[in-house]
Design a binder for this molecule. Sequence first.
Ligand SMILES: *Cc1c(COP(=O)(O)O)cnc(C)c1O
Length: 375
Amino acid sequence: MADPTTIRIPDELKPVDGRFGCGPSKIQPAAVSALADVASDFLGTSHRQKTVRDQVARLRRGLAEFFSLPEGYEVVLGNGGTTAFWEVATFGLIRDRAQFASFGEFGAKFAKSVAQAPFLGEPTIRKAEPGSAPALIAEAGVDAYALPQNETSTGVAVPVKRVAGADPGALLLVDATSAAGGLDVDVAESDVYYFAPQKCFASDGGLWLALMSPAALARATEIKESGRYIPGFLDLVTAIDNSRLEQTYNTPALATIFLAAEQTDWMNSQGGLAWAAKRTAESAGIIYGWAERSDVATPFVTDPGLRSNVVATIDFAEDVDATAIAKALRANGILDTEPYRKLGRNQLRVALYPAIDPADVEALTASIDHVIAQL
Ligand SMILES: *Cc1c(COP(=O)(O)O)cnc(C)c1O
């Protein structure tokens, strides 16, 4: 076999931008330029002053517009990314018993946090093999249901829908980290639609954002008033209070906030969520269509109804080494197509987020074909 790193992909086949990672993901050059333009009076200035709070306000307003935020819902934010939000939810949103849909790395991690919390009841974990998804089902005594809308580790996406027959007042917590901004959603079907901005929001990491329903806001207050010990950094009521003041409890990454606000405004100017969902669907059509026509590639997710429009996972035939393809692509500036490390498949994984041009997804497929022919 040829050393994959010596393969040269002709420039005319290559995507204009070679970033296909699922997170951190492509940040648009225009957003980076806009950040550079404000660098001297924004970066390195106090997050308690107007200049920075105006950017937090711009982001919260932009998200409310993008998601057509239902009456009474609020945009809440804090530091630490989605992984921190799982702990925030463990301490501040689950009263006693939760039910999880677990069908990949990310869903499993939140379930594990809750299972280990000594002050919570034993959760129900509904599992499915990677590449498929289990349903949440009504269960007496469950006060919070949780699922990822898009399992970034496997490329499976599921609809966001309330659990029929759930106890009155039970919350639905949706990990939308890679889905938010690229997959259609009716936020009113959830109580907490949470994400981090290094995926469809084309920013850097380190922040969590949550669209919270009136019931979820009330739950946070109820749990805090119950006297449960809640570490200050993970206190959701503190985060809600700070968000209303356009700030965070402790110092945020200012560049992350600015870049997320830029991407949100850009997506709103293009036509909002409807536009973004159409664009990712177009990219998905290109890559899954190519895989289905290919003799050596197949979509990993066999049920077309579960295939994600924001994260495509493509399996390769045994005699084609996906690791070698990813190496050759990397040597040509086409980055981060490696599969999720723990899935352990002969696979490439490709982000199809709204910042990524469908024409570049097309060029990626041509580049992969070229590499396979040379290997
Ligand atoms: C990326 C991702 C996470 C982790 O986000 P962090 O901000 O790195 O903690 C969690 N859930 C899903 C679905 C993800 O895609």
